[in-house]
Every structure is written in C-alpha cells, then in structure tokens.
Design a protein around this ligand. Sequence first.
Ligand code: NAD
Ligand code: NA
Length: 399
Amino acid sequence: MIIEPVIKGVVARSAHPYGCQQAVRKQIDYVKQANPIVGGAKRILVLGASSGFGLASRIAHTFGGAEADTIGVSFERGPSEKGVGSAGWYNNIFFKQEAEKAGRIATNIVGDAFSPQVRQQVIEVINNDLGGKVDLVVYSLATGVRPNPETGEMWRSVIKTTGNPVVGPTLNLETDSLAEMTVETATEQEIADTVKVMGGEDWASWIQCLSEAGVLAQGCRTVAYSYIGPEVTYPIYHHGTLGRAKEHMHNTAETLNGQLAAIGGQAHVAVCKALVTKASVFIPAFTPYILALFKVMKQNGTHEGCIEQMQRLFNARFYTAGGEVTDEQRLIRMDDWELDQEVQRQVSEIMADMTADNFTDLGDYAGYKQDFMELNGFGFTGVDYQQDISLESLQALQP
Ligand code: NAD
Ligand code: NA
C-alpha cells in the first residue's frame, strides 16, 4: 500500500512509518550537535514517551549528552487490518532501534499508564533492565480521559473557560480554514474532572507507587510539563479548565518535592512554550496566538520546537552546577523567550489584524501545518512517499 496523509478536523487518521523514523532521526541529529547535557540522569522512566515533550526528553537524555538508558510508557496503536497504526507507535520502534545501535537500553511499554498493570510492568522492567533503580521520572502524559480506579468509569477532561464564554477563531487543518467558535464556561464538575485527568494526582500516585517498590534511586528527581502563556490567552488556557489542572500539577510538585527530600530527590514543573503537538491542536481559539507567535519567534531567531525546548531545559536549567534555574514559584521557565515583552507586543499587533481571510499570510500557517504533518511522518524530504509498504513488513516491527 501507499500511505497517504488523512486529516479529519485536527486529527490525523494515518501516519507514515518511515516519516516517523525520519522525525526521530532529525531530533537525534539536533541534540548531537547542540550544547550537551552534563551530569544528567542515566536511568530514566518517561511516562508519555512516544511523542511531543516526552519523546524529546527521551531523545535528549539518550543522545544529547547524558547517554541514558530509558523506559518509555505510551498508549499507541500498532498496524492492523484497520490501519497502519499511530505515529507514536513508530516513534517508539525507531527510537529504540537508534538507541540500541548506540549501545543504550530502550524498553517500550505500550499500555494504559493509569492502570495498575502498567505500574507493575514498569517496576518489573526497572528491576530487570535498569538494575532496579531510576534517577529521573519524566511525566509527560497528555490525554482526554482517565479511568476512575474505584469505579472503572471515565473522567473526561474538557477545554473550557471558567469565566465568561470566549469567542475566537479555531483552526480546521482538514480544510485549511479558521472558523469562529465559542469556548463555553465549564461547570464545577467539568473543572473537577479535567483536574482529575490532567492535574497532578496520577503523577503523585506514580511516584508513590515507585517509591513503595523501592525503585527510586538516592537523589531521584521528577519533572512534569506545564503551560501558562501570556495574558491574551488566559481566558482560554490559564483561567480555563486546563489552567486549573496545571495549577493542581504545580501544587503537586511542591508535595512531591517535600516527599522526595527524604531520599535527597526533587520534583519540578517546567513551563514550556506553546507548540504544535497531537494534544495542543485541540485547544479552541488558541490558533491565532500560535500562528502569530511562530511568525514572530521565527523572525527573531528564537523559535524552538519540542526537541530544542527539552535539550535547553536539560542542558541549561535542570542539571547545572549552581542548582536548577527557577522562578520564585520554583517553576522552570522554558517559556521565557515566548513571554519576552517585545515578542508579545508584536504578537498582539498581528493578532489584532488577523482574520479568516488573511491568517495564512499574517501568521505562520505554513509552518504550523508543516509541523502537524511532520508529527505524523509526512512532509519530509528524503522519504519516498510513493513506496509500496506491506502490512506484514509493518507488523514485523515490534516496540
Ligand atoms: P503528546 O500528545 O505529544 O504526548 C502525549 C503522550 O502521552 C504520548 O506519548 C501518548 O502516547 C501518551 N499517553 C496518552 N494517554 C496515555 C495513557 N492512558 N497511557 C499511556 N500513555 C498515554 O502531548 P505533549 O504536547 O507532548 O504534552 C505533554 C505535556 O506537555 C502535557 O502535560 C502538556 O500539557 C504539556 N505542554 C504542552 C505544550 C504544547 O504546546 N504542546 C506546551 C506546554 C506544556
Ligand atoms: Na509527551
């Protein structure tokens, strides 16, 4: 078969395996020539390892100076009669191939990170493959649902505001168009459910479980990723349901930091830049901001993708001789270049003029779409998109 891109709304319904391989290699090549991570963790567990910031954290630690062995947990779909499978499935496979070529251990666990079974499996693999301890736990899950362990029912996150409804243009990647959409006010229940799914509770439960199993090394650290953004986006993000979940995550970091002190460890939240990932394309009314931001940051030469953000986090902020670099809330601010005053002034100017007719000119729509296609293995030079790929050959690739 010839694998073509299929987009429905903001969801990619196909992925190109060899484009995903290219995406992984491109990130590896980047970190190999970037400022190296010095003094980094050597045994790492990444929860949410197959794409976005989690994959970039794994690549940075393996190839960007730390030479780490890693376990990656993710929820992805393999090839079947129904389709080729998800991009993250192939990212896992090709990351592991490259890591093993470099002499590193890279174990992939594909399953539901919220389940007790996957926790058990991770502990077994830490004991079998990593000598029984990890030095760093990266928490980078992004999802819309989490099963309630008591009842088995699903908590569902919603992307809504907590103030007055917000009307804003939202992107459709299938039709390359912007359409007005209203972001409604969340109910108390919807806020609580979103905090359950995207807040810090599951992160804390993972750390507790690993601690009880005795697999956290002396000095073990943990990090989770957050977003705050500039004031123009507060109604849809920071003061919305996702912002509430992140606030919960920030508080969880304080609790975990206190607990890990007993083994000389620490917990941090890194606040990252707005980027195109499988998760972020769902945020309504956010696109005009990202389109303007990409335009300005590229012009200024300060634009970063996931891999640039993660390499800089770990080489300049997280492992440093003088201790990690944080703000007064103990947050590691990787959004410093995004929130630069002059950048934000220019972004606001562009946003004020942006309409459904001119957004592809005023904003960096080409760059946004390219990023989205690359997430799914499309749009790479050096990949033969006309090649005939058999299902059997894909099924032979194992995570
Ligand atoms: P992503 O969609 O690229 O990655 C999510 C990962 O979670 C994938 O590996 C996926 O397989 C895994 N996952 C989802 N549900 C799972 C489950 N039930 N069990 C196991 N694995 C599961 O997302 P991302 O954008 O990299 O987001 C990671 C974190 O970074 C999130 O906390 C997000 O809020 C934060 N963040 C994102 C941005 C952005 O602009 N994209 C900015 C700042 C912070
Ligand atoms: Na991730």
